[in-house]
Write a protein that binds this ligand. Structure first.
Ligand SMILES: C[C@@H](O)[C@H](NC(=O)OP(=O)(O)OC[C@H]1O[C@@H](n2cnc3c(N)ncnc32)[C@H](O)[C@@H]1O)C(=O)O
Ligand SMILES: Nc1ncnc2c1ncn2[C@@H]1O[C@H](COP(=O)(O)OP(=O)(O)OP(=O)(O)O)[C@@H](O)[C@H]1O
Ligand SMILES: [Fe+2]
Length: 537
């Protein structure tokens, strides 16, 4: 199969030629560079209009023959997408070959899968406009977790703009971070979702005022002093944001039971991010793969490679059905080029390596949050201490409210250790029936009424016994009466179901039915709203 791929979702006007027989990929790109500020959609489209025909021409020179034309159908900037689609349609028609419409984010994932040879990896996409973790289940790439606000590259670019640095800011932040030292910034992970806006405001505020020169008087907590050195804030921004991405990637590996991770997207060119992911995977015996930079940043090579797989599966488009979709989500794609395999977790006993902790299961359960090598030591110490303390406190509080939880026998937040009663005979994930899931819905409603959230409700954080369902692992829980936070708790659970459950719809109805029995109707309405926000915006 020989495929001509075209990419132009935002800044990279790119065309590529892929020959699946030799596995060679020839890429021609012409980037758009804004004169000032960030990417202007109109200017970007003007760039595409001029550059797309030229890069196609150069790629065609390399092409011996073309069996299909593939193009990025979305997500991206509408005006840019339309130019690319027109060019692709015209080319497919003039060459009289099929047209293939590729989801750009799935292409960022598939290029890693293709180059690594991994069968069934979890994928972290860290790009400009997006940030999410994908896992394959039920014939789709499920979004296991994603940003609640901006993409990770956009967050870095905006911070750089605040410093009057030119676009793109990511590489400049990386450069400045080399000389930096750690200052504390907010850290926001909810289940496998995460948010950058609070961190970015804190980072901007931190560099606002001129330095006082007194570096010993920093306050702790989420408050950040202004007047920090730019290189220190850049360093800490990377330490914080990339630790969040690495943590959610690890959670996804733990939830799905996969031991393969691939990285995609332009921010994947960052050496610190790659290093953290590598270290995390090594520590848990997983394999990590990041494609070379030409396949990480936006490029038509990944479009051609996925286009070839789709064309081989007969997944082509009639011209009249080839509309672009600027909000095209990866989980909307019907994965026609793969089998029905899904990552599922073998039930284990003895010592369990969770996402966060090593859990020894004997007469009692000993949970140790060991230091994570990938994190900066100061951030690592803070997270382990805070989460261990929360887990002990909320586990006991939940039981007093009537939700079954293990008795906490001992806790040492400084060491990050807990000793817990052993409860249940299996994780809920082992027998995921609607009836059991409904019980979890009731438990969540009870917690919320009591004014706190679990923080990470998944089928692996609930334990089955004959007569009850225990909730465990409250480390990400916190006190809140906000409907948004309560709805987010349910959303985290439903997402983890979508990534693992055999009968997702029945389980989702069950958790909501259980919640309705004791919870606020406003929370379920808010849940619908959260889902309707797509990527929360
Ligand atoms: C929809 C599509 O248009 C969009 N594309 C996109 O965001 O371009 P991509 O090439 O994947 O990523 C660009 C981002 O990658 C960042 N970046 C590039 N090199 C970096 C580095 N060394 N460190 C951190 N960020 C870097 C840039 O600052 C910029 O924000 C996407 O994939 O979300
Ligand atoms: N009190 C307990 N009784 C019985 N089994 C337990 C108990 N606590 C934990 N486990 C088992 O250990 C596994 C991991 O525990 P836990 O979820 O607390 O660790 P974790 O590292 O936070 O995991 P993750 O973040 O991946 O959910 C659970 O899925 C469960 O099977
Ligand atoms: Fe991209």
């Amino acid at each position: 199969m020989r495929v001509l791929g075209i990419e132009g979702t935002a800044w990279a006007a790119s065309a590529a030629y892929f020959d699946s027989e030799t596995d060679e990929v020839f890429i021609e790109s012409d980037p758009y560079q804004p004169a000032s500020g960030g990417i202007h959609p109109r200017e970007a489209a003007e760039h595409m209009a001029g550059a797309i025909p030229e890069v196609i021409e150069r790629a065609l020179v390399e092409a011996e023959s073309v069996d299909a034309v593939a193009f990025s159908r979305g997500p991206g900037l509408g005006p840019c997408l339309r130019i690319v689609a027109s060019a692709a349609r015209a080319l497919a028609q003039s060459l009289d070959v099929p047209l293939v419409g590729v989801n750009h984010m799935v292409a960022h994932l598939e290029i890693g899968r293709h180059r690594s040879g991994f069968a069934n990896p979890v994928c972290l996409n860290a790009s400009g406009a997006n940030a999410h973790v994908l896992g394959y289940h039920d014939g789709r790439y499920q979004v296991l977790g994603e940003t609640m606000d901006t993409g990770v590259g956009n967050a870095l670019d905006k911070f750089a703009r605040h410093l009057d640095w030119s676009h793109p800011g990511g590489p400049k932040v990386e450069e400045a971070a080399r000389e930096g030292e750690y200052v504390e910034l907010p850290y926001v992970v909810k289940g496998m979702d995460f948010s950058f806006s609070g961190i970015m405001s804190a980072a901007k505020a931190a560099v606002e005022a001129p330095s006082t020169g007194n570096r010993d008087s920093k306050s702790s907590g989420d408050a950040v002093d202004s007047g920090e050195r730019v290189e220190d804030v850049c360093f800490s921004l990377q330490e914080t944001v990339f630790a969040m991405l690495t943590e959610v990637a690890e959670r996804a590996l733990s939830l799905t039971g996969s031991d393969e991770l691939v990285l995609g997207g332009g921010v994947g060119q960052n050496a610190r991010l790659r290093g953290m992911l590598e270290t995390m995977c090594e520590a848990r015996g997983a394999s990590f793969f990041a494609p070379e930079p030409r396949f990480l940043r936006d490029n038509a090579g990944m479009i051609a490679v996925l286009g070839a797989k789709m064309a081989a599966a007969g997944d082509t488009l009639a011209i009249e059905d080839s509309r672009v979709d600027s909000n095209f989500r990866p989980d909307q794609v019907d994965v026609t080029w793969r089998g029905e395999e899904s990552v599922s977790r073998p039930a284990g006993d003895g010592e369990v390596v969770g996402a966060e902790a090593v859990v020894e299961i004997g007469d009692v359960v000993r949970k140790r949050r060991l230091a994570k090598e990938y994190r900066h030591p100061a951030l690592d110490e803070r997270l382990r201490r805070e989460r261990t303390a929360s887990e002990a406190r909320l586990t006991s509080l939940a039981r007093r409210e009537g939700v079954p939880t293990p008795v906490v026998r001992d806790v040492d937040p400084r060491e990050g250790t807990l000793t817990l009663e052993r409860v249940g005979r299996a994780d809920l994930s082992a027998e995921l029936t609607p009836e059991r899931v409904r019980e979890l819905g009731r438990h969540l409603a009870t917690l919320h009424r009591a004014g706190f959230v679990h923080g990470d409700p998944t089928p692996r954080n609930a334990r089955l016994s004959e007569d009850r369902l225990y909730c465990i692992d409250f480390g990400l829980g916190y006190h809140t009466d906000e409907a948004e936070d309560h709805a987010m708790d349910l959303h985290v659970f439903e997402r983890s179901l979508a990534g693992t459950a055999a009968d997702f719809e029945a389980c989702r109805e069950a958790v909501e039915a259980g919640y309705r029995e004791d919870g606020e109707p406003a929370v379920l309405e808010r849940l619908r709203e959260i889902e309707g926000r797509g990527r929360y915006r």
